[in-house]
Every structure is written in structure tokens, then in C-alpha cells.
Design a protein around this ligand. Structure first.
Ligand SMILES: Cc1ncc(C[n+]2csc(CCOP(=O)(O)OP(=O)(O)O)c2C)c(N)n1
Length: 613
């Protein structure tokens, strides 16, 4: 059925037809109506999130379960969501993940003017640019397919004119077979600690290489060959103005403008005598065309501030004639020597080799581990046996994702431990979900995720590892410590009160040095069908005013070498190998802080505190 839809309505329709299951956004002109329209389809999960960062993290979590997901925002919103965007580029997705961003050239209703195309290059992800409402709907099909084919988020860029202009759109039924959401654990892909992120960095580069080749064949990157005296490279709404004003020139229209389709650009430029790039805002395409060694004409005539319109383009056309720069008989566009063949020769195999060599070096491996006496340890020990999805975050506790604790399935960016977990819970999977953040991370950007859970009724468990300090970066104070940078006493913000204010009433606080209690609370809350926030509270053992207790020791007679204490990954616990090859656990007294956790987990009661003399 044909309907007259605005660009935003068309994007919503496209998302529906092409299989989106979860969508989240934050309002802002010119993007707002996309989510408003999408929310009318009852079978989809849609939400207004507290901000764009949370929205993107929610859909990232959802896409990890294999379903299609989409975030919507205006251009300034992408600044807010930049942190997850930059890292989801590394993790990639499972189900298609599309980030719709609507720019506002001319600042009709914005505090600044930004060209979001730069984010595609910045994050090394593909960029799709429709030029009208019809394309706005149809291009979503490509966006989701490219996302899944190349395992990448895709930026889908609109502008005020596209979002708010109407066009005839053919609406069809939703033909997409809805998938069953299921999170498959794959820490090498989703757990972005440095060791894994370095490997994914190479994957990102290889992906962009593949896309750079593929984009030349993208069906919506089209050459429209007419008069070859003048060729115009363009995309987005500028394409419409070009077609109106330059009725006989040849046109290269880019529906996918990043990565740049180099071969197509070179091919097109060789077919025309003069080349001009017509683009709104930044010289995103122009600079790349120059980098290819291609000369263009009339760059100075295309304004880089505000919107283009047919009048500006008529002016450009007339100026090209009047200034004599533009002559239909004189070829100005030419390709310079070597540059024209290949612009960058990124040898990813070499880079790969370097990383492998680094990993295989002869030095004894000393993987990072939680400190002896770290209060975070028992929480991971408790989570180890539960069959749950654990969305982690960044802090000392990220180490809980590595062997032998291995109790974290994903790390994206600060705050995502909460909101990506919310996205998993909203995907519809039956797997229980836990989100983990530290106290500093909670105050940094966990609060907005918590608000989302309370407001949009998430069903999951959040654990805040409250060690009363920003430990990982070197013990900086934060709003929950009651101290300022200058050491003055100040108001101490309360995690519990934030939880209550966010609409989460089930709050449990426990001491992680009490292993039995920690295990009991975590197990019950994780498996219960209620949303709760658990606060594991004990100051970092390295804080100046935390006294260390007498160390623990192993009674070799009682130790059965079962290895359970070793699984705590405490650097103070070692294997003491005897001459006959047998071994017993051994606690290094100079490292032990006397936390007692190993003594509590030893099933044979072989670990005791050293008597103080
Ligand atoms: C946006 C951003 N800012 C800063 C950092 C650096 N950083 C990583 S984790 C972290 C805070 C960790 O503190 P907390 O959450 O309390 O965990 P802890 O290390 O104490 O276990 C900081 C500041 C970052 N990764 N991202």
C-alpha cells in the first residue's frame, strides 16, 4: 500500500518491516517522531531512555541476543552516546544494530551544527544516507543486512529536510521472521578488556578493508551518466538539489558514503571532464576525493555552514560558468600519479603478526588479577556457578571476566554494565541477567541506567561493587566517598537512595567477606523474578585506613589439593610442589591480608588464621 510519509515515519516503517525487535532513543528534533511512530507497533519493545548513551547501550545489549535493534537520536545525542559507539564498533553485534542519527544543518532547533558523518569514520563503521522518505524506509533493509553481514553497527544518517519532508512510500507487511533471543557467550568478542580489545582492533581494520571493497558494489551507490562535461559527487538531501538544478550533469550518488567507495569515485572521475562535490556541512567527501589525487572545481562555492538549497546550487552553477573555471570543453579534473591506485596500504597481516609475537613472547605470563583481599572477589566466586548472563563494566572488577573467575560476559564502556544488561532483559530472552558496576562507575553513568530500569520496568539484578573509592585509576575520591579532591569532608551520596529514587525498592547490602551470605543473596536475587539492586560493600583493602589482619596459613596435613582455593585467583595462594610431584596449597604470608575468604571456601577446613603473638 502506498502512503505519504515523512522521513521519520518512513524510518519507523522500515525498522518495523525489516525486523527490528527492540528500539530505544531520546527525543530531539529532528529525530523524535521515529520512535514515537515505532512505538505504535505493539509487538515491538520500544522505550524512551533517560539519555542517548543509555538508549544505545540498551540496544547493544538486545542486539547481542541475535535480534535486530535500533537506537534513535539527534546529532548532539550522538555525542552523548559516543562512548558505547566507539566500543561496539569493536565488539560488533549478533543481530543487526542500527544507530539512527538526525542532523540539523542550519540549526532549526539545535544548539550547534554537527556533521555526524564524521562519527562513521571516527568509529570505523558504515554510514548509510538516504536522500528522501522512500529511501529512508528501503535503506533500513540494507542497514540491517550490512550490520549482520559485516558484524558491525551501522550509522543511518538523516537530516531535518529528510526527516520532515514527505514522500510516497510503499508500505508492505513485516516479512522478517522474528528470532528467538539468546545470548551466546563469547568473551573474546564482547569482553573488551585490553587483551581482547587489541585483537578486535585488528578485526575492525580488516572489516573496514572488506567494506571498502564491497561498498563499490553497493547497489545504492549509483553512477547516473549524462553529459560528461560535469560530474557531481553527492549524497543525502544534496542529491535532490543536484538533480533539480543540474539537470544534465552526470552524478555519482552515494547511498553508503563511508567507507568511501574509492574505486567508484576514481571510475566516475575518469569519465567526466570536471568534477564537483556537493555536500552539506563538512567537506567529508571533498577531502577524501582530494586525497585520492582527484582535482575538483568550485569547492569554495559550496558553503560548509548551514543547509544547502536549490538557490545555493543555482548560484554555484552560475558562478562556475561566470568565473570561467568551469568550461564544458576544458578538462580540469585529473588523477595524479601513484595516489590514484591505492590510498592506504594497511597491512593487517603484519600487524596481526606483531600482536601474536607479543602474545607468544618468552616472558612468563603474568595475567592481571584482583589483589589479595580484594572485596570484589567473592561476588565473582558466587556468580561462577550460576547460569546467568553477566554484563560487566570497567574498573578493577573487570578482572572478574578473566580466568579463573570468568564471571563476566561483556564489557562495553562505563555505565553499560547496567544499561546493556537492561537491553538483554528487554530482548525477551529467558536467560537471567546480571549487570555489574563499581561505585565510581555507578556515580559516573550508572545512575541513568538505573533510572531506565526503574522507569521502563526492567527485570534483572544489578550488583554495585562498592569499595568506597575509584580504585582502578589510583584511589580517587568520588561523590560516594564523602571527601573532595582537596580532602575536605563533604556530603556522601547514597547508592541506596538513588536506587529508591529510580523506582527500585528491592535493595540488599552485604559484606563480601562473608562468603555464605554473599552467595545466598546473589543466588536468590539473580534467580528470583524481581528487579533488585545488590550492594557489595567493603572498602578497598589498599585504602590507607583499612587495617590488614593476621595472615592465613594452610594446614598441609588437612589440605587435599582439591584446588578450590586456587580458583579464587588470589595472588597470595600458590601451589607448593613437593619433591615427589604432589602439591599442597600455600599462602604467601607477605601477600595475605587476612580477608578469610579462602578459609571460608575450603571444604576441608584446612586454612586457619595465624595466631598473633
Ligand atoms: C568515560 C571513561 N572515563 C574514565 C575511564 C577510566 N576509568 C575506568 S574504570 C574507572 C572507575 C573505576 O572505579 P570503580 O567503578 O569504583 O571500580 P574499582 O576500580 O574501584 O573497582 C575509570 C575512572 C573510562 N574507562 N571511561
Amino acid at each position: 500500500m502506498k502512503e505519504l510519509l515523512s522521513g521519520n515515519e518512513a524510518i519507523a516503517r522500515g525498522a518495523y518491516e525489516y525486523g527490528v525487535s527492540v528500539a530505544a532513543g531520546y527525543p530531539g528534533t529532528p529525530s523524535t517522531e521515529i520512535l514515537e511512530n515505532l512505538s505504535k507497533y505493539e509487538e515491538l519493545y520500544t522505550e524512551w531512555s533517560p539519555n542517548e548513551k543509555v538508549a544505545l547501550e540498551v540496544v547493544i545489549g538486545a542486539s547481542f541476543t541475535g535480534i535486530r535493534a535500533m537506537a534513535t537520536m539527534k546529532h548532539v545525542g550522538l555525542n552523548v552516546a559516543a562512548d558505547p559507539l566507539m566500543t561496539v564498533s569493536y565488539t560488533g553485534t549478533e543481530g543487526g544494530l542500527v544507530v539512527v542519527v538526525a542532523d540539523d544543518p542550519g540549526m532549526h532547533s539545535s544548539q550547534n551544527e554537527q556533521d555526524s558523518r564524521n562519527y562513521a569514520r571516527f568509529a570505523k563503521v558504515p554510514l548509510i544516507e538516504p536522500s528522501n522518505a522512500t529511501e529512508a524506509k528501503e535503506f533500513l533493509k540494507y542497514a540491517f543486512e550490512i550490520s549482520e553481514q559485516f558484524d558491525t553497527p551501522v550509522i543511518f544518517r538523516s537530516t531535518t529536510r529528510i526527516s520532515h519532508s514527505r514522500g510516497v512510500v510503499e508500505c508492505k507487511p513485516r516479512r522478517f521472521k522474528t528470532r528467538i533471543p539468546w545470548f551466546k557467550k563469547n568473551p573474546q568478542k564482547y569482553l573488551m578488556v585490553p587483551a581482547y580489545a587489541r585483537k578486535r582492533r585488528i578485526v575492525v581494520e580488516k572489516r573496514i578493508e572488506k567494506l571498502t571493497e564491497w561498498v563499490n558494489r553497493f547497489p545504492e551507490n549509483k553512477m547516473i551518466l549524462r553529459d560528461t562535461d560535469l560530474g557531481i559527487i553527492t549524497s543525502s538531501i544534496s542529491y535532490q538539489y543536484v538533480m533539480e538544478v543540474f539537470d544534465s550533469a552526470s552524478v555519482l550518488k552515494l547511498g553508503m558514503s563511508y567507507p568511501f567507495p574509492d574505486n567508484l569515485i576514481l571510475q566516475f572521475s575518469s569519465k567526466v571532464s570536471n568534477l564537483i562535490v556537493v555536500e552539506e556541512l563538512d567537506r567529508f567527501l571533498t577531502e577524501h576525493v582530494h586525497a585520492l589525487g582527484i582535482t575538483t572545481v568550485g569547492d569554495e562555492l559550496v558553503p560548509s555552514i548551514g543547509e544547502l538549497n536549490p538557490d545555493i546550487l543555482s548560484n554555484i552553477r552560475n558562478n562556475l560558468h561566470l568565473s570561467g573555471v568551469f568550461s564544458f570543453s576544458k578538462p580540469i579534473s585529473k588523477i595524479h600519479g601513484e595516489n590514484s591506485k591505492k590510498i592506504t596500504a594497511f597491512d593487517s597481516d603484519e600487524r596481526d603478526k606483531d600482536v601474536k609475537e607479543e602474545l607468544l613472547s618468552d616472558l612468563p605470563k603474568r595475567p592481571p588479577v584482583l589483589c589479595p583481599g580484594c572485596p570484589h572477589r567473592t561476588v565473582f566466586h558466587a556468580l561462577q556457578r550460576l547460569k546467568v548472563i553477566i554484563m560487566g563494566d570497567i574498573g578493577c572488577y573487570s578482572l572478574g571476566g578473566l580466568a579463573p573467575l570468568e564471571s563476566m560476559d561483556a564489557i562495553i564502556c562505563m555505565g553499560a554494565g547496567i544499561s546493556a544488561a537492561m537491553g538483554i532483559s528487554k530482548s525477551g530472552t529467558e536467560q537471567p541477567v546480571v549487570g555489574i558496576v563499581g561505585d565510581s562507575t555507578f556515580f559516573h553513568s550508572g545512575i541513568t541506567g538505573l533510572l531506565d530500569i526503574g522507569y521502563n520496568r526492567g527485570n534483572l539484578t544489578i550488583i554495585v561493587l562498592d569499595n568506597r573509592i575509584t580504585a582502578m585509576t589510583g584511589h580517587q575520591v568520588h561523590p560516594g566517598t564523602g571527601k573532595t579532591l582537596k580532602g575536605e569532608t563533604t556530603f556522601r551520596a547514597s547508592i541506596e537512595k538513588f536506587a529508591i529514587a529510580s523506582g527500585i525498592e528491592r535493595i540488599k547490602v552485604f559484606d563480601p567477606y562473608n562468603v555464605a551470605e554473599t552467595k545466598k543473596i546473589i543466588k536468590k536475587e539473580v534467580l528470583d523474578n524481581e528487579t533488585s539492586i545488590l550492594i557489595s560493600r567493603r572498602p578497598c583493602v589498599l585504602l590507607k585506613d583499612v587495617a590488614t589482619l593476621p595472615p592465613y596459613t594452610v594446614d598441609e596435613e588437612t589440605c587435599t589439593a582439591c584446588g578450590i582455593c586456587l580458583k579464587l585467583a588470589c595472588p597470595a595462594i600458590e601451589k607448593k610442589v613437593h619433591a615427589d610431584g604432589t602439591w599442597k596449597a600455600y599462602i604467601n604470608p607477605s601477600l595475605c591480608t587476612g580477608c578469610s575468604v579462602c578459609a571460608q571456601v575450603c571444604p576441608f577446613h584446612a586454612i586457619h588464621q595465624v595466631e598473633e603473638t
